[in-house]
Design a protein around this ligand. Structure first.
Ligand SMILES: Nc1c(N[C@@H]2O[C@H](COP(=O)(O)O)[C@@H](O)[C@H]2O)[nH]c(=O)[nH]c1=O
Length: 161
């Protein structure tokens, strides 16, 4: 089965980076994955002054709008690192919040697809031909958590022997 998600208020909205699940990462707390991801675009760039403004944005929509401003200069390696930045933040989100971790695990081996009508990189885009990198990250995080759980169960069994 394929599970499509996009907006926070739609089914599986907790898979959206805009969902209100904060993360503590690299020494500070971020209200959503989206706040963190948008701010990372400017680490080391001449426009790094925008980072604290993104950090304290009232909403993820505001954080995204600030990060998408085309007149600001992104860090030079952004295209190389952005998928890894996103994966780290998404993994942290699902390790931190047990209730959405269970929702992710209940999807089994279903295909997860960010049903963005405009984004052909993170989502599938309107024509459903996009690269779906966010869906791919969620599926790999799901697998990593399953493996972690399996190791924990095995360790507990060994300890009780
Ligand atoms: N969920 C969601 C979006 N999708 C998110 O937008 C981010 C990509 O931003 P950028 O790299 O700046 O284009 C990424 O987190 C992707 O999952 N965009 C939205 O405008 N609204 C939304 O509800």
């Amino acid at each position: 089965m394929t599970i499509y998600f996009y907006k926070v208020w739609q089914p599986y909205g907790c898979f959206s980076n805009f969902s209100p699940h904060g993360i503590y990462i690299q020494g500070s707390y971020w209200p959503t994955v989206e706040h963190y991801y948008q701010a990372q675009k400017f680490v080391g760039s001449i426009d790094a002054v925008i980072i604290p403004i993104i950090h304290t944005a009232e909403t993820p929509e505001e954080a995204a709008a600030l990060g998408r401003c085309s007149t600001r200069q992104l860090r030079s390696d952004w295209e190389l690192v952005k998928t890894q930045v996103m994966r780290e933040a998404v993994l942290k989100k699902f390790l931190t919040h047990a209730e959405i971790r269970e929702i992710l695990l209940t999807t089994g081996d279903d295909l997860l697809v960010e049903n963005s009508p405009t984004d052909y990189f993170w989502g599938c885009g309107a024509r459903k031909t996009g690269q779906n990198h966010l869906g791919k990250i969620l599926m790999s995080v799901r697998e990593e958590i399953r493996q972690l759980r399996l190791s924990a169960v095995i360790s507990a069994e060994v300890l009780s022997e």
